[in-house]
Ligand binder design. Structure first.
Ligand SMILES: [Zn+2]
Ligand SMILES: [Zn+2]
Length: 217
């Protein structure tokens, strides 16, 4: 009996069928192409795509949701029942936003809340660092510490944000009036992401973030 159990526990292993030369335990199912890869395969397009997707999922459910609401998120951001709506983006879309941020961040890296405007968008946008949420949240109460950046080339920030905002808007149920916040993480890990929301939702967002993270009791 114990011998039988042992045999069942043996997982099929061998050479990766994508031709990368790796050997090891096979994945449970072959790809749609019929090719069966080993679990450690990082070479073929299917395995690389799978890894990138899992990385994004981790960034959203574990890192992002915890940073914004102090708890793990659901599979999709729309399903999270936080006091705000949110979307997580990890990838190339975040690069121009981080570039703008690096131009305004002070050498001492103290918590900073940045306000940017672009005349064709109906509201200014507020940017802050995800790892400074608690400190930045306090700054949101007073408008003076905002660092307004009129002269910077901020158009890419608006382009990226309005795209994500529009996608979220399409999924918003009628009557859902929660404020919206987007989180932008770079494709390569960095210890913080950038958070963006509309200045005309400042009051509602300040309250929502306060409630979710226990800053307001
Ligand atoms: Zn392979
Ligand atoms: Zn593969």
């Amino acid at each position: 009996m114990s011998e039988l159990v042992k045999n069942f526990a043996l997982k099929p292993s061998g050479a990766c069928q994508c031709g990368c030369g790796k050997e090891g335990t096979y994945r449970v199912k072959p790809w749609r192409s019929g090719i069966l890869c080993v679990r450690s395969c990082t070479s073929c397009a299917s395995c690389r795509g799978r890894r990138a997707k899992k990385g994004g999922q981790y960034d959203q459910q574990s890192k992002g949701a915890r940073e914004l609401a102090s708890k793990r998120g659901k599979n999709h951001e729309e399903a999270d029942r936080y006091a705000f709506r949110w979307q997580n983006k990890k990838g190339k879309i975040s690069i121009p936003i981080h570039n703008v941020w690096e131009k305004v961040e002070q050498p001492d890296r103290r918590p900073l809340v940045v306000s940017v405007g672009w005349n064709i968008y109906p509201s200014r946008l507020i940017l802050l660092r995800s790892d400074h949420l608690a400190e930045s949240w306090k700054l949101l109460e007073h408008e003076e510490p905002f660092y307004p950046t009129e002269k910077l080339y901020v158009q890419p920030v608006f382009t990226a944000f309005s795209k994500v905002e529009k996608d979220d808007e399409a999924m918003r149920p009628i009557g859902d009036s929660r404020p919206f916040i987007a989180r932008f993480a770079l494709p390569q890990s960095r210890h913080y992401a950038l958070l963006i929301f509309r200045h005309d939702q400042l009051e509602a967002m300040h309250y929502a973030l306060g409630i979710e993270n226990g800053y307001i009791k």
